[in-house]
Design a protein around this ligand. Structure first.
Ligand code: ATP
Ligand code: MG
Length: 606
């Protein structure tokens, strides 16, 4: 739990949010103007009581209130009676005020929504843009559900604070100011009673805000968990059923949702209790007010109409003060969410210290004493690797599960930097190459194949900036041995793949991913083979696609199949983060070692 020393950082937070609002400065000012008009008109409608009552009672002085004064100034009474005059002036004033108030309401609300929606849009796109650009380490610490929840739930919380809360605060804040100004205008001494209770009300609001923020943070975290579990469970549909885990999964979800419920209830409790407290404080002020107002001395300064108008204004203060305390929960939820989003936005992006540009590499790779441990892990995943891969060769990496094969790829992708040693491409340390230039040199098919919920065409052409014609896509599919099954799909290239390519077989998914890598046409092709057993036909198809894709490129394959390994120019045997042997199939079989025993076990899968 964070320490509650927020005063300073709160201001920083407000200021930062304000910079977002400032982006829509024009709309914001219009909105404020609208609410000023709205609250002013509201007060003047109360002031109309004075006009009406004093005209009715034929008071000695009628033009005491604001409306009556303006009316008498615009349209002198002449020789009409006060009653005849008021009969025309009061209805006209009432209707005119209603129009003005309506215009103010519209301006205030609509333009505030322009601001709020704009702020949310900017925040959401900023968080998204940062999320897809941060280094892997920054992503690794969150579950996918938490990240999704930040983009959806947290952003909506900020939107609530920006639209509803800001509107309420402006509208009701200005109404309070207008009412108090009016009361000061009618009788300033009596109004001072209200200032006496201001600290008490402020105290209530502050105490309540602190609780609101704390519970809001917890609600936010638990929403992350709820989203994560929902996400996970949707993807683990098959596993949950077949491992009879429905009960277990229900219980986990129930616990997460329960925590959320309890925190929300605590928030609701504070909210429900804060408004009555504020109202009671206000009631004391009203009591004192009545007591003073009925004092004969003070009474002498009032006409009947102005006394009623004063009391009407004082009682009208109740509602905006109530909504102002109430809206604190929304504000605090928004601030807690904004705090979290700003942390995301401030995450440093992936660093690119490279300065050397490179258009197309030949594809020679060198590992020079490379060691690496994942952040927070003591065991090195890679330990002092030395390896030279000539351009254009086909290299197979084999080794038991956990040997460090995928980790090696992660370093090659520059997702992580080695702790020691260097990796060189065409003689350049890869860290010195410009990141975008460098990544263009690699086409990777990852172990977990990700397809997007989009057409086959978009999946194959993923990331290509120029317009790709169908001929090029078919050519890539051809190389990947995927053309046949794609053409057999109901709408060919236009077939939309359901969530993650759910409608395809494992082999088909892999061949689509290979086609994507082929289309990228990079000098280095990396394939982290899935271990899943494929039927003979898919296996043969993938093998053929690999052969075709590998020609003319440096190809690195993490192999789980003998058929792949036998073709390799060089086989690298890895164990516990180290390279234990290198050679071709015949050489490695000739010596007693890990390779032979892996071979005898048939590698993995086939
Ligand atoms: N993100 C990570 N954070 C911490 N440790 C990791 C991470 N990914 C992998 N490891 C660890 O690093 C070691 C090497 O894992 P790696 O994924 O490279 O193995 P692999 O050879 O690809 O295995 P497989 O054949 O099963 O895919 C393992 O001990 C693993 O537990
Ligand atoms: Mg792996």
């Amino acid at each position: 739990m964070k320490p509650e020393t927020h005063r300073d950082s709160d201001w920083a937070l407000y200021r930062r949010l304000l910079t977002y609002v400032a982006h829509y400065g024009g709309a914001f000012l219009l909105s404020i103007f609208g609410f000023v008009v709205y609250s002013g008109a509201n007060v003047l409608l109360a002031d109309l009581t004075q006009f009406l009552l004093d005209s009715l009672g034929q008071s000695a002085q009628i033009d005491i209130g604001v409306v009556s004064k303006i009316s008498y100034w615009l349209w002198p009474q002449g020789d009409q009676t006060a009653l005849d005059y008021a009969r025309v002036a009061v209805p006209i004033a009432a209707i005119a005020l209603a129009f003005i108030r309506a215009a103010g309401y519209f301006l205030g609300n609509y333009f505030m929504n322009i601001v709020a929606r704009g702020v949310v849009h900017r925040l959401r796109t900023q968080v998204f843009d940062v999320l897809i650009r941060v280094p892997r380490v920054a992503i690794d610490q969150y579950s996918h559900g938490e990240l999704v929840s930040k983009l959806t739930f947290n952003v909506e919380q900020v939107s609530g604070a920006c639209s509803e809360a800001l509107k309420t605060m402006l509208r009701d804040g200005l109404t309070v100011i207008a009412l108090i100004s009016y009361m000061l205008y009618l009788n300033w001494k009596l109004t001072l009673v209200f200032f006496a209770i201001a600290p008490a009300i402020a105290g209530v609001v502050l105490a309540v805000s602190k609780h609101f923020r704390r519970y809001s943070r917890r609600i936010q975290e638990s929403m992350g968990e709820v989203t994560q579990l929902s996400n996970e469970s949707v993807h683990a549909f098959d596993e949950i059923r077949m491992f009879a885990a429905t009960e277990q999964q229900s219980a986990r979800f129930e616990a997460a949702s329960q925590f959320n419920r309890i925190q929300s209830l605590k928030l609701a409790f504070v909210q429900a209790v804060s408004t009555p407290i504020a109202q009671i404080v206000l009631a004391f002020a009203l009591g004192a007010l009545f007591w003073f107002a009925l004092d004969p001395e003070i009474l002498a300064g009032f006409t009947a109409g102005s006394l009623v108008a004063f009391i009407a204004a004082a009682t009208q203060l109740g509602k905006p003060i109530r909504t102002l305390t109430n809206v604190q929960s929304v504000v605090q939820r928004g601030l807690a969410a904004a705090e979290d989003l700003f942390t995301q936005i401030d995450t440093p992006l992936e660093r690119d210290d490279g300065t050397v540009s490179l258009s197309r590499a030949a594809g020679e790779l060198t590992f020079d004493g490379v060691s690496f441990a994942y952040p927070g892990s003591d065991n090195p995943a890679l330990n002092d690797l030395d390896l030279h891969i000539p351009a254009g060769s086909l290299v197979a990496f084999v080794g038991r599960s956990g040997a460090g094969k995928t980790s090696l790829i992660q370093l090659l992708c520059r997702f992580y930097a080695p702790d020691a040693g260097r990796i060189l491409l065409d003689g350049h340390p890869i860290g010195e190459l410009r990141l975008s230039d460098y990544r263009r040199q690699l086409a990777v098919v990852f172990q977990n194949i990700v397809l997007f919920s989009d057409t086959v065409r978009a999946n194959v052409a993923f990331g290509q900036s120029d317009q790709i014609d169908d001929a090029a896509i078919f050519a890539a599919l051809e190389v990947a041995q995927a053309r046949g099954f794609v053409e057999a799909l109901p709408e060919g290239l236009d077939t939309k793949l359901s969530d993650g390519g759910g409608g395809l077989s494992g082999g088909q998914r892999q061949r689509l991913a290979i086609a994507r890598a082929v289309l990228k046409d990079a000098p280095v092709l990396i394939l982290d083979e899935a271990t899943s057993a494929l039927d003979n036909e898919s296996e043969a198809a993938i093998q053929a696609s690999l052969d075709a894709a590998a020609s003319g490129r440096t190809t690195l394959v993490i192999a789980h199949r003998l058929s792949t390994v036998e073709r390799a120019d060089l086989i690298v045997v890895m164990d516990k983060g180290k390279i234990v042997a290198t050679g071709n199939h015949a050489e490695l079989m000739a010596s007693e070692g890990l390779y032979r025993s892996l071979y005898q076990q048939g590698f993995a899968g086939s």
